[in-house]
Design a protein around this ligand. Structure first.
Ligand code: CU
Length: 404
């Protein structure tokens, strides 16, 4: 069985990922849960699997409506990159509105999420990473996504963009079965950071989300970020952090169970999810993904925009030894909070905080439910280089014995 680590953390081979899926597919046909065999055939769009969840599929279809007015839009491609990195982008938009073309694949990969215990999960992903890639556009742009489900997949997938309007965030229009692709175009009408996630229907929604199938879109104001007084705020780099709660099934001995193929853990996972107590809450897919060799890097004087995504649960990030100089918990339309010690991530949200590093050293970026940070894995490190400023802090007396 091929096990992979999150791309962006360790080199991974696309071929290995696919081979893992192929082997898994073979295993499914010879035993275990043959998800592919049980999956029903694709249904007409008007009878999409989400129909019971909403009336969207029964309403007027796009084909019966006036075509979109694409006059004045320029087409550009955005090359998506693995977290914690951000795609190339402008902070202040130049030129007119864009149609931003992106491609994502719904890959199912066996991912080790804790090297110490060997805990693993058949992660359901966009482009093979947890979280899925960060997408960046400006308000007024359109995002045109080609969503591809590899034929090796076991399951159907789709995508709900919280940044979009209509059809369950696109979820009702993007159901793709293995071997299918679809193209969805939506207009970014709200500025802010927004989560996106898979939402196939019913209990499959939290199952896919808690198997890693979520990520973030940042919709910047066309004239960039501003403080409450309207002064421009710019950043030198982005740290894209996805917080992921996993609910891994255990056997009668308390050991994590293993599975041969994506989806085989479905029944066990429902039982584990029903406890509402995650076995892991990690940043970027795995325990320690953003510490050690994977630590985030900064320099004194550098301004970092930290984008935090949590598609399922509340969180409360805190930068130990630093602050959120500006924090946008909801949208970029609302002026940012200033000088915040700990900020709040509403479950089902992506949000942004901005900090300019003033001292060198290691900063822990944690979920300040410190039990989750230390026992469940919700911790990252920033390593800042630069010169220490004794005006800000100085160890006046090193620890020493004192006379009673
Ligand atoms: Cu999915």
């Amino acid at each position: 069985m091929t096990k992979i680590y999150n791309p962006g953390l360790l080199p991974t081979s696309r071929r290995n990922v696919l081979r893992g899926s192929v082997l898994a597919g073979a295993a499914a046909m010879t035993g275990g849960t043959a998800f592919a065999a049980q999956r029903r055939a694709p249904l007409p769009k008007t009878h999409a699997p989400m129909a019971y969840f909403t009336q969207a599929a029964d309403q007027q279809t796009a084909a019966e409506s006036a075509p979109a007015d694409l006059t004045g839009f320029t087409r550009v491609k955005q090359e998506l990159v693995a977290p914690p990195f951000a795609p190339a982008h402008e902070q202040v938009a130049t030129g007119g509105p864009k149609i931003i073309e992106i491609t994502m694949e719904t890959t199912e990969v066996l991912m080790v999420i804790d090297e110490d215990t060997g805990a693993e999960v058949w992660a359901l992903t966009y482009n093979g990473s947890v979280p899925g890639p960060l997408i960046i556009c400006h308000e007024g742009d359109m995002v045109e996504l080609t969503l591809r489900n590899p034929s090796e997949s076991q399951m159907e997938h789709n995508i709900d963009f919280h940044a979009s309007t209509g059809a369950l965030g696109g979820g009702g229009l993007t159901h793709v079965y293995p071997g299918e692709e679809t193209v969805l175009r939506w207009k970014a009408t709200k500025a802010g950071c927004f989560t996106y996630h898979c939402a196939p229907g019913g209990a499959m929604i939290p199952y896919h989300v808690t198997h890693g199938m979520n990520g973030a879109v940042m919709v910047l104001p066309r004239d960039g970020l501003k403080d409450a007084e309207g002064n421009a705020l710019t950043y030198d780099s982005i740290a894209y952090i996805g917080e992921q709660d996993y609910y891994l099934p255990k056997d009668e001995n308390g050991d994590y169970k293993t599975y041969e193929v994506a989806g085989e853990d479905y029944a066990d996972s429902l039982d584990a999810m029903r406890t509402l107590i995650p076995t892991h809450s990690v940043f970027n897919g795995a325990v320690g993904a953003l510490t050690g060799d994977g630590a985030l890097r900064a320099k004194v004087g550098e301004t970092v925009l930290m984008i935090h995504n949590q598609a399922n649960r509340d969180s409360r990030p805190h930068l130990i030894g630093g602050h959120g100089n500006y924090v946008w918990e909801t949208s970029f339309t609302t002026p940012p909070l200033k000088d915040v010690e700990t900020w709040f991530v509403r479950g089902g949200t992506a949000m942004a905080s901005m900090y300019t590093f003033e001292q060198p050293g290691v900063y822990a970026y944690v979920n300040h439910n410190l039990i989750e940070a230390t026992l469940l894995g919700a911790a990252a490190h920033f390593v800042a280089e630069g010169e220490w400023d004794n005006n800000l802090m100085e160890q006046v007396v090193a620890p020493r014995a004192f006379e009673a």
